[in-house]
Ligand binder design. Structure first.
Ligand code: GLU
Length: 487
């Protein structure tokens, strides 16, 4: 079989949302699993929907997810340029060629005429379709319009009868009646091609063998197939990826997952977890493995294991998976990822390589087990950098209400003050010794003191936490809490 070439062809109309990212990911996986070529092409010919700078967001998103492209913007390749707005001559020539061969025609209908036509069709409750008025112009009529310099578009002469069938890898044979397909516009009056023309011309010229794209494009495919035939070209193979559904089976909405890929980065997800999660949206390794590295997925990826059914986007699962990835990161690696967040929060300054590094690593070691997202290390770590200004209300009611709490904390403070070595082991011995002398459980000291020291009633191991905070800080915080208790 000849080399596999697949492309991801986003339009720069805003951010790259999660559905697009998944299409890119499957195309990339298919290329990598088959030692093929992954091509990035920017489809920016709809100038009305173009958003300035959106290409950069696409590049940043793909790179974040680890989807490198072999040909495309910023890397080049033999079939460029890879940005459609730089290829308008190619499309114009292609449209001309179709006019020449009798598969397309110029249409001079004004926007006003088309709007009136649409209104009329709506009133009669008919499908909105172009009435093919200009398909039947005589040579003379055409010449008059041309001479008058009337603006025109190029439309495709869709067969009036019959049906178009194509094979989709996941759905099997799919058939559309030609009568429903309209004489679609190929070239607009601004000289830019429509998506349909540019997409077909480029997939052919860039030698794309497989088109993997979202299900929503399936109704465009018969039009594309007709175009391929009109050009006399072999169409690529089509794989329309099943829809991503919300957990309740409905459409994915903004509120439920349909946000930009980079928003997941900003919410503290790791790219490797998002990659893993997206790969399982519509594909499975054939066993019940859930956590798989990119290399593992590439090594077993085949289209056969894709499901034609919609795949539910379950953010709880993503969060769980992300937690698994966080737990397995080395603390050094984790620090590199959390440091920017700590800098933004004002917890650390400059780079994290300084003398503080060991302390920062210890903080992460303490918090790692419970974390599910990188952002958990921000609020969850605040008390390692700042004295608590407030104490959790629930904890106060539970652990600070007893009349002798202040006195207990004071005794603990006195005992800790005597320690020369302020480490986990000595702290534990000191606290348990004190509890025993007073005939109370260690918990009666730990809970109120944890609240005093961290402002919270839950957290990592108490003795380790105190060790990381250090003697001075612990004593100062116990003091402050006692003052709050008295007031
Ligand atoms: N430019 C289209 C998009 O924005 C590409 C669809 C396709 O892959 O053919 O998704």
């Amino acid at each position: 079989m000849s080399e596999i070439r697949v492309r991801f062809a986003p339009s720069p109309t805003g951010y790259l949302h999660i559905g697009n990212a998944r299409s890119a990911l499957f195309a990339w996986l298919f290329a990598r699993a088959n030692k093929g070529t992954f091509i990035l092409r920017i489809e920016d010919t709809d100038r009305k929907r173009y958003v300035q700078g959106a290409e950069q967001v696409i590049y940043e998103s793909l790179r974040w997810l680890g989807l490198d492209w072999d040909e495309g913007p910023e890397v080049g390749g033999d079939y460029g340029p890879y940005v459609q707005s730089q290829r308008t001559d190619i499309y114009r020539q292609a449209a001309e060629a179709l006019i020449e061969s009798g598969h397309a025609y110029r249409c001079y209908c004004t926007p006003e005429r088309l709007a009136a036509l649409r209104e009329e069709q709506q009133r009669r409750k008919e499908n909105s379709q172009y009435d093919r008025h200009c398909r039947h112009l005589t040579e003379e009529e055409r010449a008059v319009y041309e001479q008058a310099g009337k603006p025109s578009v190029v439309r495709f002469k869709t067969p009036l009868e019959g049906a178009t069938t194509f094979h989709d890898y996941l759905r099997g044979d799919v058939t559309f009646e030609n009568a429903g397909l309209d004489d679609l516009v190929l070239l607009k009056s601004d000289g830019y091609p429509t998506y349909h023309l540019a997409n077909v011309v480029d997939d052919h010229r860039m030698k794309i063998t497989h088109v993997l794209r979202a299900d929503e494009w399936i109704s465009s495919t018969p039009r594309h197939v007709l175009l391929y035939r009109a050009f006399g070209w072999e169409p690529p193979k089509f794989v329309h990826l099943p829809m991503i559904l919300s957990p309740d089976g409905g459409k994915l909405s903004k509120r439920r997952g349909a946000v930009s890929l980079l928003e997941y980065r900003d919410r503290g997800y790791l790219p490797e977890a998002v990659f893993n999660f997206l790969a399982l949206l519509g594909w499975s390794p054939g066993d019940d493995r859930e956590k798989m590295s990119v290399e593992e997925i590439v090594s077993v990826f085949t289209l056969d294991r894709m499901s034609p059914k919609g795949a539910a986007f379950d953010e709880t699962k993503l969060e769980w998976l992300n937690g698994q990835y966080i737990h397995e990161l080395s603390t050094e690696d984790l620090l590199n990822r959390v440091a920017p967040l700590w800098r933004d929060a004002g917890f650390i300054e400059g780079d994290e390589m300084g003398a503080e590094r060991d302390r920062l690593l210890s903080i992460l070691t303490l918090l790692k087990e419970r974390a599910r997202r990188l952002t958990d290390f921000v609020e969850g770590a605040r008390y390692f950098f700042e004295d608590p200004q407030e104490y959790e209300e629930k904890g106060r009611r539970k652990h600070w209400k007893k009349p002798d709490v202040g006195e207990r904390l004071n005794a603990l403070k006195d005992r800790l003050e005597t320690l020369d070595v302020f480490n986990e082991e000595h702290l534990e011995t000191a606290l348990r010794g004190l509890a025993e002398e007073r005939g109370i459980s260690a918990a009666k000291l730990i809970h109120p003191a944890r609240l005093a020291i961290s402002g919270r009633s839950f957290g990592p191991g108490f003795f380790e936490m105190m060790e990381v905070l250090g003697k001075e800080t612990v004593l100062r915080r116990l003091d402050r809490a006692m003052r709050v208790l008295i007031s």
